[in-house]
Design a protein around this ligand. Structure first.
Ligand SMILES: [Zn+2]
Length: 206
């Protein structure tokens, strides 16, 4: 279930019902003020990242839909199918992490230069988003970039299959670490991503 939150740069922004769960979890860990602040930082950062993908896609004339923010982050509807050239897919996939990296750098500069302490949280969050999304684990951005590189040598279907398999190995490692350390949220997220990748692979086979 999603709630409409408005429009930003021509993209409809919707909030999933799991979002309040995230806020409640954050508040339960660090209290009201810090909890709401962390939630806001996470979702504004994710929104900027997703807008990066959407704007890059539009530049190449790839149809885009809205952006949904949920417990596991965000998802922009971009029609990245076979018809999108490998090079364009790589650039669209790179655009989100590029925004995250840029925001991380900018926030770090403000934090160190002007001594604005809460900018550190924004820098850290965006750096984390950059690193996590660049893991070569399909359907994450790094995995999509990996697939687009594979497409130069393999068919779209075969490239997707290899990228998804590589993703499952990485998700397997992350899931093991999550179980070992008791990071249940990370485990749920990994499962969700692995299933999303599998569903996309299935989609290319039909
Ligand atoms: Zn992304």
């Amino acid at each position: 279930m999603n709630f409409k939150a408005g429009k930003l740069l021509d993209s409809e922004i919707t909030l999933n019902w799991t979002l309040p769960l995230y806020a409640m979890f954050a508040i339960s860990q660090v209290g009201w003020q810090a909890g709401l602040f962390i939630t806001a930082v996470v979702f504004v950062s994710v929104l900027a990242h997703e807008l990066g993908h959407v704007l890059a896609a539009r530049k190449f004339g790839v149809p885009t839909g809205g952006i949904n923010l949920n417990l596991f982050g965000g998802m922009a509807t971009i029609n990245l199918d076979k018809s999108v050239e490998a090079r364009q897919e790589a650039l669209i996939s790179l655009a989100g992490p590029a925004v995250s990296l840029g925001l991380a750098g900018l926030a770090a500069l403000i934090w160190s230069g002007a001594g604005v302490p809460w900018m550190f949280a924004i820098a850290w969050m965006n750096a984390l988003l950059f690193v996590f999304n660049m893991l070569p684990a399909f359907p994450m951005d790094g995995g999509r970039i990996f697939r687009s590189l594979l497409r130069y040598k393999l068919s779209y279907e075969k490239a997707t299959s290899v990228a998804v398999s590589a993703g499952w190995v990485i998700f397997g490692v992350i899931a093991s670490l999550a179980i070992y350390n008791g990071y249940w949220m990370l485990l749920a997220m990994t499962g969700f991503l692995a299933l999303t990748g599998w569903a996309e692979k299935k989609g290319t086979e039909d």
